[in-house]
Design a binder for this molecule. Structure first.
Ligand SMILES: [Zn+2]
Length: 422
């Protein structure tokens, strides 16, 4: 039933984020009696491709593929996709269009291209078959039925990461290993994301929550899944064990940095370095820190994109929040902050997100990269988009105080209590 590609059932079995909800735990007053038989099917349907088609595809303005004619267009599509790749370093790059032109293979196509651009295959003596196998697994293990946390988000973050790696301040200092890890972390940073956040996994007593002791649950899972796929594909198996283990650790450190509840920790350290002007990019540890910051920026850069792209991401992320809210409502759980479609409007959520998460981070990134035309462009979009959401908010029922106070709360929270996991 689930849209899992040709791997079908096997893929569902490999995914660690299944089953999403243990129905034995969630017997609630409204559900009792039908839980064992009927609800299992209903939940499956709720998360299924059908619902994805109805709610999300329409939202995204996509039309279902017509199987008969598609293959005739493939060459033309791929020609256009190849043309787009020649502009992969531009900030206006339309990843949605690229994903359609590559027939849903944006992540694999983009990564192969960037590995070629940087000569990483030659440098690390990578086996092309293994590389394809690894990237294919990563792309497949993203849930295409998630409106936001899917392989297109991963491709988008990878494309942004590439733009940041090209920043003059950074580019000359980076080693092939830095570039390799930066791109790999970007591509895999949300792999097998279940489309719900950490508090949801904790309160439904998901096995991942206890496995990772309620701390950076999703990020830990993204990392360990990546390590599993690296080993399964044998991509790094020709390297000495200590080298490949170090790569796995560094990937973990990068992916774990995307835990938004650790935002303050990173922001304060970054600010301190900039104030003291003591960043030395000759040092591997300092370059690693900047890669962490770059990945964090790439992960939340949606509001820094041109409005037409930015708006689509906003609608998708809110749709994913609302779906979690729908699930919580259905199972008589408390509806999580930002997940109530009636109370939390898209503009209100976006304004909070921009004010408390995105703006503070990109102000420092701007300071670090200065003088950078890209940072200037991003700050321009950021301010314009925020103003646009502000105007739109007054067309909706405002819930400003609730939403912004939530983001304040997130920033005050320490490690083990994150509320939103992007
Ligand atoms: Zn992400």
């Amino acid at each position: 039933i689930l849209n899992t590609g040709h791997a079908g059932v096997l893929l569902v079995e490999r995914r660690g984020s299944y089953p999403l909800i243990d129905l034995r735990i969630l017997k609630t007053s409204a559900q009792q009696g039908e839980v064992e038989s009927g609800t299992r099917r209903k939940v499956k349907r709720l998360l299924s491709f059908q619902r994805y088609c109805h709610a999300s595809r329409l939202l995204r303005g996509l039309v279902p593929h017509t199987p008969g004619s598609l293959h005739l267009l493939d060459d033309d599509y791929l020609g256009q996709a190849a043309h787009m790749l020649s502009k992969v370093g531009t900030w206006n790059f339309d990843i949605f269009l690229f994903d359609r032109l590559t027939n849903g293979n944006s992540l694999v196509t983009l990564m192969c291209h960037l590995f070629n651009v940087y000569g990483l295959i030659h440098h690390f003596q990578l086996d092309m078959v293994k590389l394809h196998r690894f990237l294919g697994m990563v792309q497949e293990d993203y849930h295409s039925q998630n409106p936001y946390h899917n392989a297109v988000h991963a491709a988008d973050v990878t494309q942004a990461m590439y733009c940041y790696l090209k920043e003059p301040k950074l580019a000359e200092q980076l080693s092939p290993l830095d570039v390799f890890l930066g791109l790999m972390a970007a591509a895999a940073h949300d792999v097998d994301h279940p489309g719900v956040n950490q508090p949801f996994l904790i309160k439904t007593r998901h096995h991942l929550a206890s496995l990772y002791q309620n701390t950076s649950v999703l990020e830990s899972h993204h990392w360990r899944s990546t390590v599993g796929m690296l080993r399964e594909s044998g991509l790094l198996s020709h390297l000495p064990a200590d080298i490949s283990q170090d790569m796995e650790q560094q990937l973990g450190s990068l992916i774990l940095a995307t835990d938004i509840s650790r935002q303050n920790e990173f922001l304060l350290t970054f600010r301190e370095h900039l104030d003291n002007q003591d960043l030395d990019l000759q040092l591997a540890s300092h370059r690693h820190f900047i890669l962490q910051i770059a990945l964090k920026c790439a992960d939340v850069c949606n509001p820094c994109r041109v409005w037409e792209l930015s708006r689509q991401w906003s609608e998708r992320v809110c749709e994913e929040f609302y779906r979690q809210g729908d699930l919580e409502r259905k199972f008589d759980l408390e509806i999580s902050p930002l997940c109530n479609q009636q109370a939390d409007s898209v503009p209100a959520i976006q304004i909070g997100f921009i004010s408390y998460i995105v703006e503070p981070l990109f102000e420092e990134w701007h300071r670090f990269t200065e003088p950078s035309p890209l940072s200037q462009t991003m700050m321009g979009h950021l301010h314009k988009n925020k103003a646009r959401w502000s105007r739109l908010r007054y067309a909706h029922t405002p819930s400003e105080t609730e939403t912004t106070s939530l983001y304040k709360l997130i920033l005050q929270q320490s490690l083990n209590s994150n509320l939103v996991c992007l």
